[in-house]
Design a protein around this ligand. Structure first.
Ligand SMILES: Cc1cc2nc3c(=O)[nH]c(=O)nc-3n(C[C@H](O)[C@H](O)[C@H](O)COP(=O)(O)O)c2cc1C
Length: 249
């Protein structure tokens, strides 16, 4: 049986838009026979990396900081699939997820090797091979805003063994994720949530998303001209702000 360990890096945790994507994905994984656990990073005590290299030089594989990362690492080593789910923050991961990623550098040895023509770290646990999945959502509607995030994960996966120990199974990157907060619109996006479930199943059964599922996942939530999306978003923001401020201007 495959074990899936998911990290939700949204400060909104279970109430956020990231969770709206992560949940059906994990449902698909469990339907395909996997176990799934989500760790909400906002609820964990994971300190920023000190950059002291104790985990490499003094006590290899053991971090100087004693916090929840000890249990997280144990859970990672007991998992086959790691899911990184984050809101897009300044075109990359949230600070909560970045802190986890920095602390994950312990998964590689400090020495370097050449793999695929560029440098990487040898894996600290050579017997361990993970599939990784990236999930994100953003305020802006266009897919292109995820470019730096995708690049970060491609490089991050390569950094451990040169792409042999962490392989990206697929990505779900959704623009205009704030629209998930409008409950009345959610049934209209069932096609997307169903594709997330399908991607979860395929990750377990086939090791990657099928091109057909990826194509559906990449479709925009609303297929409208950009100017219409801009107008709609701004009207929504005005309305929501009015409600929150308790005025009817
Ligand atoms: C600090 C901060 C930075 C953000 N940066 C971006 C960004 O660079 N691009 C973008 O499209 N949306 C950005 N957003 C919007 C979030 O990605 C969006 O609200 C998302 O739906 C939040 O997901 P969550 O509910 O799971 O936290 C940002 C939001 C915050 C609070």
């Amino acid at each position: 049986m495959k074990n899936v360990l998911a990290f939700n890096g949204s400060p909104r945790g279970k109430n956020g838009n990231t969770e709206k994507i992560l949940k059906p994905f994990l449902e698909g994984a469990t339907q395909a026979g996997a176990t799934a656990e989500t760790l909400y990073l906002k609820d964990l005590n994971i300190h920023e990396c000190l950059g002291c290299y104790t985990c490499h030089m003094k006590t290899p594989g053991i971090c100087a900081i004693k916090d929840d990362m000890e249990i997280v690492l144990k859970k990672m080593l007991a998992s086959d699939i790691l899911v990184f789910a984050t809101p897009l923050y300044v075109f990359t991961v949230s600070a909560l997820l970045k802190t986890l990623m920095d602390r994950m550098m312990i998964l590689g040895d400090m020495k370097i090797i050449i793999a695929n023509g560029r440098t990487a770290h040898p894996p600290r646990f050579p017997e361990k091979k993970w599939q990784w999945v990236l999930i994100s959502n953003a305020g802006f509607p266009e897919r292109e805003h995820f470019g730096a995030l995708e690049d970060t994960f491609a490089r991050f996966a390569h950094a451990f063994g040169g792409g042999t120990h962490a392989t990206l199974s697929g990505s779900i990157l959704k623009g205009m994720g704030e629209i998930f907060r409008v409950k009345a619109l959610l049934p209209g996006f069932q096609w997307f949530f169903d594709a997330c479930t399908q991607a979860g199943k395929e990750t377990i059964l086939d090791g990657k998303f099928s091109p057909a599922t990826q194509e559906i996942l990449d479709r925009p939530l609303l297929d409208l001209p950009l100017q219409d999306l801009v107008n709609m978003t701004n009207q929504y923001i005005d309305k929501a702000a009015q409600i929150i401020r308790g005025s009817k201007q």
